[in-house]
Design a protein around this ligand. Structure first.
Ligand code: SF4
Length: 451
């Protein structure tokens, strides 16, 4: 088998033109990512301080109402890994006293700030406050590190979670309203704190505008995910999908974010109509990926070798058409929910309850569509990727794998590596496991054809 078996689709107008609709989502995501880092760099150089938040319950709409720059350290840390800079930072944080088994996102980020915040994509401003939810228990300790480094207050938004499988309160339940009221009170405290820090009065109309943008993003983000039920799938969750996730988080509540997802949906719809599947760029040309096996992904990517990791699958014609990552890490964008502009603060609290609960319970209890036989994504197999750093995303993968394989009869692959630490990634071992998985899929297909 050739190294990367890609079928070139260049030559048509859609692929030739720099301004063409095909590939626009990729280009715009790259431009907006650079823009986001530049805005942080500018804030840092002007000695403006930022709000540090997490993707799961970022409170972006509230913070944007106060014009606070927003830093997503999960995003800045993964960018360090993609750029091959995490190992050095991880070693520094371990010298500083962090244990090797602490989440690598935290350690890269702490080492970055201890060295002055010089990120390869721009300076990161210092924090004036940090906000955490209980979506991941590591968030609390990470925020405490910023509290010590920046002497900035932490605001914790405690979201009632699903305590056991099937115990999630539903909108018609009395507990649901108690939970929303509990979070509404915390959002009001957050607003008061932002007023005190910025010296600005909360502008509820500006907040409504942010909610309008998030509503638009929500609608189109979900539509884009749904389009991947088509054959060929229009994007790969392990490549372009990661860029969409970045846009959903870093541009949440903004006009740019709303426009991005509207246009992305337009591009993807065009591609469905013209049977143009997932694309990639090789030697400056856009080419479409061969799609022989439709895969689902549970777990998170392997950022230190992200390109090679994807090529382990794409060289066999494997494409990730669905993933848990693009749902639970999207800040609720993947689920239908519309903020009620007549009741903005309470509605924002309700949206927060839903998105954080989706992570807390969803990772452990829910069996999403991609792990069910006969899902509309028409999967040939599911890949479970556990990582040393992230227990939140890696918990229960072995059991889930068992359920998908034994109860649903889906071909599965369980692999383990790391989120950001290249020292815990064994390429040869991963490749052997992935190759064996595809050999099994091919032999299974042959058997089915013979019957
Ligand atoms: S443990 Fe996982 S979810 Fe929690 S901060 Fe680290 S990477 Fe994020």
């Amino acid at each position: 088998m050739s190294d990367i078996d890609l079928k070139e689709r260049a030559g048509t107008a859609q692929f030739d033109q720099g301004q063409s609709i095909v590939g626009r989502g990729q280009r715009e995501a790259a431009r907006l990512t650079r823009e986001w880092f530049s805005s942080l760099d500018k804030a840092a150089r002007e000695e403006k301080k930022a709000a540090y938040v997490f993707v799961m319950g970022s409170m972006s709409e509230v913070l944007r109402t106060f014009d606070l720059p927003i830093v997503f350290p999960e995003v800045t840390s993964l960018q360090l890994a993609v750029r091959g800079m995490s190992e050095e930072l991880l070693k520094k944080s371990e010298d500083y006293g962090y244990s090797p088994d602490v989440c690598g996102y935290v350690k890269s980020d702490v080492a970055l700030h201890l060295a002055g915040g010089h990120h390869p994509m721009g300076m990161i401003p210092k924090a004036c406050l940090s906000i955490t939810t209980n979506a991941c228990n590591t968030y609390f300790k990470w925020a405490e590190a910023w509290e010590r480094i920046f002497h900035a207050p932490i605001i914790t938004v405690d979201v009632p979670s699903e305590r056991a499988n099937g115990c999630k309160s539903m909108p018609q339940d009395i507990d649901y309203q108690f939970e929303v009221d509990y979070v509404t009170g915390q959002i009001k405290e957050l607003i008061a704190k932002c007023e005190a820090i910025t010296g600005k009065k909360f502008d509820i109309d500006k907040f409504r505008e942010c909610l309008v943008h998030s509503n638009t993003m929500n609608v189109y983000y979900k539509k884009v995910l749904d389009l991947n039920a088509n054959t060929p799938a229009v994007f790969n969750h392990l490549t372009d999908g990661l860029a969409y996730l970045g846009m959903a988080n870093c541009f949440r509540g903004t006009a740019e974010g709303a426009q991005y997802f509207k246009e992305l949906y337009e591009e993807m719809n065009y591609r469905v109509e013209h049977s143009i599947g997932a694309i990639t760029r090789i030697d400056g040309k856009l080419v479409s990926l061969e799609q022989k096996f439709r895969l689902g992904l549970r777990g998170v990517p392997c950022y230190p070798i992200i390109r090679e990791f994807d090529e382990m699958f794409s060289k066999w014609g494997g494409i990730f058409v669905a993933s848990g990552y693009l749902t639970w890490a999207s800040g609720g964008m993947s689920k239908p929910f519309e903020f009620d502009l007549n009741n903005p603060i309470e509605s924002f609290a309700e949206g927060t309850v839903r998105q954080v609960r989706e992570v807390q319970g969803g990772v452990i209890f829910d069996m999403p569509e991609i792990e069910k036989r006969g899902s509309r994504f028409n999967l040939d197999g599911v890949v479970y990727h556990g990582v040393k750093s992230c227990r939140t995303a890696s918990s229960s993968l072995a059991d889930r794998r068992f359920c998908s394989s034994e109860e649903q009869g889906l071909p599965i692959l369980l692999i383990e590596s790391e989120l950001v630490d290249p020292r815990a990634v064994s390429k040869a071992q991963l490749k052997n496991r992935v190759d064996a998985f595809f050999e099994g899929l091919i032999s299974r297909q042959h058997k089915e054809q013979m019957q």
